[in-house]
Design a protein. Structure first.
Length: 330
């Protein structure tokens, strides 16, 4: 059995795909398959990938269906003992497979999480999020379960590219990325993490995330409309896995904050559309058993956002309401 299946979804990635693929071929451990899912690219992406003469590369061409569907197609045919993900504008450090696979095999982990380093115009940088600084020294060199991370679960990086997964584990829990939306990493992370029984961390930088103008988080555009459905899926994951009560306080704050920050920063032409998506979501929440939990557990800023959305009839009215000061009536 191949040790690692690397799944690389790509859409119009001609500027960066060659370096991404080369970082896989240059690995110190060569027992892998690279599954490149060309998600309807209209540039020379497919030709660039086809130009690599290496039997370990599998190129799948499909109509554009989005990153979640592309990753799921890769998972369908993956045959490695472990699975790793690579974004088309990033790259692996040359010993990433050897170190990650060594950790996963030694400790028989469902998920092992490693560090990411950021790259921007020739400069490398680190941050707490990608450096796993929320995991103190008591988590190093041992196996742990997800509930040991209860106090900082929502401060863990959700990036699928920062983990190595046991493929058998993913198959057993039927792990799939949400399709048709962006921010698909987030629900996938929480679903797999909560299902895992054996987790470990690797305090080594094994992956380089490149910042550039086309990166998904560099411009707050229409993609951020998907913070609403992603949050809805997240709630379902916690409820269906009997984890809602345990994580209620932080879960509700996390769900509110995604669309709240998106509405603050999204391009002006999308603000009314995003407001209406949030409004529809909150009106639906009023009809569930969880409505009172929002009112009773949100902090003042998030409580005001939640109630101002419900009190307003359109975005302009909401903006007027939200500019006034008030406190939760508790």
């Amino acid at each position: 059995m191949t040790e690692i299946s690397v799944i690389l979804p790509v859409f119009n990635g001609e500027k960066y795909i060659k370096k991404a693929v080369q970082s896989v071929l240059n690995q110190s451990m060569g027992d892998f398959e690279l599954i490149v899912v060309n998600d309807g690219s209209t540039d020379s992406t497919s030709d660039i990938v086809s130009g690599f003469d290496d039997e370990r590369i599998v190129l799948l061409n499909q109509e554009n269906r989005g990153p979640g569907a592309a990753r799921n197609r890769g998972l369908e045919i993956a045959c490695g003992r472990h699975v790793m993900f690579l974004d088309s504008d990033d790259w692996f450090c040359e010993d990433a497979f050897e170190i990650a696979c060594g950790e996963a095999r030694k400790n028989n982990t469902d998920i092992s999480i490693f560090q990411i380093i950021k790259y921007d115009s020739g400069t490398y940088s680190q941050n707490d999020w990608f450096n796993l600084n929320n995991f103190d020294e008591t988590f190093e060199n041992r196996i742990f379960n997800p509930h040991e991370c209860r106090d900082f679960l929502f401060d863990i990086s959700v990036s699928a590219c920062q983990k190595i997964f046991k493929r058998q584990f993913l198959n057993e829990i039927n792990a799939k990325f949400p399709e048709g939306i962006y921010f698909e990493d987030m629900p996938f992370f929480f679903y797999t993490f909560l299902k895992a029984e054996r987790i470990s961390i690797i305090k080594r930088h094994l992956y380089v995330r490149q910042k550039h103008p086309g990166s998904i988080t560099e411009s707050v555009d229409s993609k951020f409309l998907d913070t609403v459905p992603a949050g809805q899926i997240l709630m379902d994951i916690f409820i269906e896995n009997d984890c809602y009560d345990m994580y209620k306080f932080d879960l509700l704050a996390f769900k509110i904050n995604g669309p709240r920050y998106a509405l603050m920063g999204i391009e002006e032409k999308y603000k009314k559309q995003l407001y209406m998506l949030i409004k529809k979501d909150y009106e639906a929440i009023k009809l569930t058993p969880y409505y009172d939990d929002y009112l009773d557990n949100l902090g003042p800023v998030k409580w005001k956002f939640f109630t101002d959305i419900l009190r307003s009839n359109d975005y302009d009215e909401f903006r007027t309401l939200n500019q006034t000061k008030s406190s939760p009536a508790k």
